[in-house]
Design a protein around this ligand. Sequence first.
Ligand code: CU
Length: 179
Amino acid sequence: MVAYTTLLTAATTLLGLTAAAPSTITPTGVIKRVFAGSTTANNGLHFEPENLVAEVGDLIEFHFLPKNHTVVQSSFDHPCAPLAGGAGVFSGFNFAVKEGEADNVFTYMVKDKEPFWFYCSQTNGNHCQKGMSGVVNQKVDSGKTLDVYKRNAVNTVTVQPSADILASQGGSIVPNKPL
Ligand SMILES: [Cu+2]
């Protein structure tokens, strides 16, 4: 049953991605869960884990806790702002929940081994400035670390990826099923 659910989720996401942008990425079947929010860390303004290593074809699956978080793809150089060009991953504000986890999760597939920076664009409480950001495949030797990203984020102003704050892109919104 576990394998069946995993396959279903992967298939759903793959279809979503294919419709948006044709791709030759082969899914690994691996799903890495990240919690957007926390019941313990940083007053809830935290991704757990916030520093991941993933392979091309892995799915990153975000589970949303209270405080209406989002996931926005960013660059290292511009914390709390979306990736230039408008093609970055964005979950949209689709996961508000009062307690527990939101009914849906947001997933995207890892396309390459380059660092994938992300932040939460909730401005009510300045989540990004207060450290709600993360990275997949950070390159420690480059000096571009999550610690530095967070330090640089402190004095920024959060930018939303689009005027429509519900408009998710670059991934899929799928039901939050137990693994
Ligand atoms: Cu947040």
